[in-house]
Design a protein around this ligand. Sequence first.
Ligand code: MG
Length: 304
Amino acid sequence: MTDQPEFDAIEAIRRRQPPDGRVAFGIGDDTALLWGGPADWLVTVDMILEHVHFRPGTPLDLVGRKSLAVNLSDLAAMAGRPVAALVAMGIPSGYSARQIDDVYRGIEDLAREFHVAIVGGDTNRSHSGLVISITLLGHPTGKGAVTRSGAQPGDILMVTGKLGGSLAGRHLSFQPRVEEACRLHELVGLHAMMDLSDGLAGDIFHLSKESRCGIIIDVNLLPIHDDVVPDGRSTINHALHDGEDFELLFAVSPADADRLMSTQPLKPIPVSRIGEVVAGSEASMRQIDGSLSRLQPGGYVHRF
Ligand SMILES: [Mg+2]
């Protein structure tokens, strides 16, 4: 142990990395070398900040876990399979070696679970709380990457899992839908897909815009999570606006939607029909009485 706990942590993380056939060499040189070949890469980066994405006092292993999980969710949104990650961290100067290790453990446990090689990173001192930025690399499957732009009028909009109430705790421990996305990609024609990070009502505008289509969300059909508790706001409002669900939103043909609804291939995770893609550019909600009203974006606002 030296008086530079972040270097000890990097050395420890290096020692803990198992051999990986995809990695020529990882931590220890100026860059990592990944075995190449004719392959397309999906590359994404996400940063999480204390006070913004998690409260001070949140268990550090869960913070580490989340910092990788949000990236895995983005990769899942393209129906990709993860390969390797680079971990950059700003560590508050008061942190002990144990605290730093807790953060890395959270990252590494999830990396192991999703077969992600940690191949490098950087650490610096932070003067304003813990900062973690992870860059994740992965491959699309043989069927290619699924983008946000392929939805067509007539398509059915569906989601995995249930929505709302994530900030009660699920936002730290959610399971990125990597396997689920690949399974759906195998089974049906995914015309468009994205992950839900900022709340359905906000995120769906991105899909609508990129696909140059309108959408209708049927509020009767929204799958409401058990974490939503009565608090004066309607459960539908929670499902639309809470954010950090990290479920998949996707568009498929009506025939594929019927198939998914009847076979429920992701059991015990439900797939639910929540609306449809229409011509035009309007985003609407079909209310309980059948009338249409304009969907208000107002997605997740970071509130810590
Ligand atoms: Mg995303």
